[in-house]
Ligand binder design. Structure first.
Ligand code: AGP
Length: 609
C-alpha cells in the first residue's frame, strides 16, 4: 500500500531515494518523504502530495545531502494525507518509514503516552517510531531494540529505520509486507519491490518474516528474530531498466497495453511442450487434476474478472463446477470447502491482503491452493501449494491491463489441461486449442493496431457522459465487468456491467439518451439474444457502441458505433475484445485530463482489508 526504500552507498542519497520512489509511486501517492544522514545527523524532508511536490519543496528549501537514508511514498490509512502524517516519523533517536498496518497501535500509543511520550501525527507509524525509540533508550543496541519492538507489534509492516547514533547504516525488518534488499557494487538498497532498484542493480535478497537487514558501506547482514545471522540466496531479476520505464509512451498504461502480445508469449510458450499444455513445473499433473472435486476462483478486482472468464471456459469445456468469489467476501462467509477442492487465487501483486487471507483460510480447511501470480517471490506465490507465475513483467499503472491478459492466458492453459485430464478433450482437440492459444500474441498485436483509432474516436463520445452501461451475455458479460471497472477507475465516469438478459428486470429504467451503452456481442450462440437486448435499449434512446466480430452485419438501427474484431476461435475472444475495452478506458481518461497511471484514491497493491 505504501512504498519504502533505503540506500547506503557513494551516490547522492536524496537523488537515489527519489529515483527509487518514482518506481514505487504506484503503491501510493498522497504524500512522500525522505530522511538522510547529513553530517551524522538525520535530516528529514517530507510533503503532502505526489513525489514531484516533495522534489519541488526540496528544490526550494534545499535537499538533504548525504549517502545513507530512507524514503517513503504513502497511501493514507491512519490520518489524512498531510505534511505531518507523511513519513518518515521519528522518536528522539530513531526515524523510520513503514508500509503496512499496525493493528494494536492504539493500545501501544496509550502505553507510550503513559510513559510521557508525545505524538505529532495521527499515524500508526509514529507509534512504532516511538516504541522503538523507547526500547532503544533502554537497550542502546539497534537490533535488540528492533526485536523487542517487533515482538509487540500486531499487523503488517516493512520498516526502513535509521538510528541517529549509528550514522551511515540503514536497518530494515518486515512481517507480512514485502521487502527486498538490493545488492550493488559498493552500494546497497532496501525497497518494497524490485522495480525501485533495477536502475542500480538486478541482484537482491528476499527478506523473510521477522528477519532484520543491516545495510552499511561494508555490505549487508541479515539476522533472524533471535539475532542469529542468516545466509541469504542472492536472486537476480530477469528484466531490465526498460521494463520499469515508460520507453517513450506518455503513460505506463498504454505502454503496458502494447506489451500484451509479448507478455502472453512469455507466459504461454514455456508451458507448451510438443503442442500440448504442460504445467508439470508448476506441480500440476493430469493425475492431480483428475482428483479435483470443485474449483473456487478467489481474487479481487481485475484479477477476479479474469477468474470470471475462467469460470465460463472451465465449466464449458472441462465440465467442472467453478465458483468465483470476491476474496473479501470469501474469507468471511465460512465457505464450504475442504479436501478435494481446488482454490485458485489470482493476483498480480501476490500481496493483496484479502486474497492472501482467503488463501490461508482455504489451506486451513484442507483445500489445495493454486496461485496465479505475477510478482516473483510475493507472499501468495510463496505460500500456495501450487504456483503458476504469469510473466507480464512489472506492471506499474494502477489500472491493470497486461496482468489481466496473462491471467486469461493461464486460465485457458489450465482449462485445456483440465478438459484433457477429465477426458472432455481428446488429444486432437487439445492440440487444436493449444495452437490457437499459441497464436494469440500475433492476434492481440493485430487488434491493438486495428482498434486504437476507433477506440480513441469512441472515447470522444463518452468523455462527457455521467454514467454508462456495459452489457453482454456469457463470456461477453464476464468481459463487460472488466471493461466497466477499467473505465470507472481511471475516467471517474460511473459505469456498471450488466448481464444483457437481466436488464429488463429493473436496470433498463435507467436508460435515456444520456446513458451510452457498450454492448459486447462476440459469441455466435448468444448473438441474436444480445442483439434483442441492444434493440431494447436503443428503443429507449440509448446511444449504442457495439463490439462484435468482423463478419457481423450491423445496421444503423442497432448500433451508433461499431467496433469490429477479427474472427477467431470464439472461446479465446476475450483476449482480443479486452484490448478495445482497455483502449476506450485509456483514451477517455486521457481526454478528461486525468492522471491515468495514478487515479485518485487508489493504489496498485491493496495490502490492507
Ligand atoms: C485493476 O485495474 C485494479 N486496480 C485492481 O482491481 C486490482 O486488480 C486488484 O486490486 C487486485 O490486485 P492483485 O491482482 O494485485 O491482487
Amino acid at each position: 500500500m505504501c512504498g519504502i526504500v533505503g540506500y547506503v552507498g557513494y551516490r547522492d542519497c536524496s537523488d537515489v531515494l527519489v529515483s527509487a520512489l518514482t518506481k514505487l509511486e504506484y503503491r501510493g501517492y498522497d504524500s512522500a518523504g525522505i530522511a538522510v544522514f547529513e553530517d551524522n545527523k538525520i535530516s528529514v524532508a517530507k510533503s503532502k502530495g505526489k513525489l514531484k511536490d516533495l522534489v519541488e519543496k526540496m528544490a526550494a528549501e534545499g535537499k538533504p545531502q548525504g549517502h545513507a537514508g530512507i524514503g517513503h511514498t504513502r497511501w493514507a490509512t491512519h490520518g489524512e494525507p498531510s505534511d505531518i502524517n507523511s513519513h518518515p516519523h521519528s522518536g528522539a533517536k530513531v526515524t523510520l518509514v513503514h508500509n503496512g498496518i499496525i493493528e494494536n497501535y492504539k493500545e501501544l500509543k496509550d502505553f507510550l503516552v503513559k510513559q510521557g511520550r508525545e505524538f505529532l501525527s495521527d499515524t500508526d507509524t509514529e507509534v512504532v517510531a516511538q516504541l522503538l525509540d523507547y526500547y532503544y533508550a533502554n537497550i542502546k543496541e539497534p537490533i535488540k531494540a528492533i526485536i523487542e519492538t517487533t515482538q509487540e507489534l500486531r499487523g503488517s509492516f516493512a520498516l526502513g529505520i535509521v538510528f541517529e547514533d549509528y550514522p551511515e547504516r540503514v536497518y530494515a525488518v518486515r512481517r507480512e509486507s514485502p521487502l527486498i534488499v538490493g545488492v550493488g557494487e559498493k552500494e546497497n538498497f532496501i525497497a518494497s519491490d524490485v522495480p525501485a532498484i533495477i536502475k542500480y542493480t538486478k541482484n537482491y535478497y528476499l527478506i523473510e518474516h521477522d528477519e532484520i537487514a543491516v545495510l552499511s558501506h561494508e555490505g549487508v547482514e541479515v539476522f533472524d528474530a533471535h539475532y542469529q545471522p542468516v545466509t541469504k540466496e542472492l536472486k537476480t531479476a530477469d528484466w531490465d531498466v526498460d521494463a520499469v520505464g515508460k520507453c517513450g509512451y506518455p503513460h505506463y498504461m498504454i505502454k503496458e497495453i502494447n506489451e500484451q502480445p509479448n507478455a502472453v508469449k512469455q507466459t504461454v510458450a514455456p508451458r507448451i511442450k510438443d503442442g500440448m499444455p504442460c504445467l508439470e513445473e508448476c506441480s500440476i499433473t493430469p493425475e492431480k487434476l483428475r482428483t479435483i472435486r470443485n474449483i473456487y476462483i478467489v481474487a479481487c478486482g481485475t484479477a477476479m474478472h479474469a477468474g470470471m472468464v475462467g469460470k465460463y471456459v472451465i465449466e464449458d469445456i472441462a465440465r467442472t463446477a467453478v465458483t468465483v468469489d470476491i476474496a473479501s467476501e470469501f474469507r468471511y462467509r465460512n465457505p464450504i470447502i475442504g479436501e478435494g477442492d481446488l482454490i485458485i487465487i489470482i493476483s498480480q501483486s501476490g500481496e493483496t491482503a484479502d486474497s492472501l487471507a482467503a488463501m490461508r483460510l482455504a489451506k486451513e480447511k484442507g483445500a489445495t491452493t493454486l496461485a496465479i501470480v505475477n510478482a516473483m517471490g510475493s507472499t501468495i506465490a510463496r505460500e500456495a501449494d501450487m504456483l503458476i507465475y504469469t510473466h507480464a513483467g512489472p506492471e506499474i499503472s494502477v489500472a491493470s491491463t497486461k496482468a489481466y491478459m496473462v491471467q486469461l492466458s493461464v486460465m485457458y492453459l489450465f482449462a485445456f489441461e483440465l478438459a484433457y485430464a477429465k477426458g472432455k478433450f481428446d488429444e486432437e482437440k487439445l492440440r487444436y486449442y493449444t495452437s490457437k492459444l499459441e497464436s494469440m500474441p500475433e492476434m492481440i498485436e493485430k487488434v491493438i493496431a486495428q482498434t486504437t483509432e476507433i477506440s480513441q474516436k469512441i472515447s470522444t463520445k463518452l468523455m462527457t457522459a455521467d454514467s454508462l452501461l456495459y452489457i453482454g451475455r456469457g463470456l461477453d458479460y464476464a468481459l463487460s465487468m472488466e471493461g466497466s471497472l477499467k473505465l470507472k477507475e481511471i475516467s471517474y465516469i460511473h459505469s456498471e456491467s450488466y448481464a444483457a438478459g437481466e436488464l429488463k428486470h429493473g436496470t433498463i429504467s435507467l436508460i435515456t439518451s444520456e446513458m451510452p451503452v457498450i454492448a459486447v456481442a462476440t459469441q455466435s450462440a448468444l448473438y441474436e439474444k444480445t442483439v434483442s437486448n441492444i434493440k431494447e435499449v436503443k428503443a429507449r434512446g440509448a446511444k449504442v457502441i457495439m463490439i462484435c466480430k468482423e463478419n457481423c452485419e450491423v445496421s444503423k438501427d442497432i448500433a451508433d458505433y461499431v467496433l469490429k474484431i477479427p474472427c477467431y476461435e470464439e472461446i479465446l475472444l476475450p483476449m482480443l475484445v479486452c484490448v478495445p475495452l482497455q483502449l476506450i478506458a485509456y483514451y477517455t481518461s486521457v481526454q478528461r485530463g486525468n492522471d491515468v497511471d495514478q487515479p485518485r484514491n487508489l493504489a496498485k497493491s491493496v495490502t490492507v482489508e
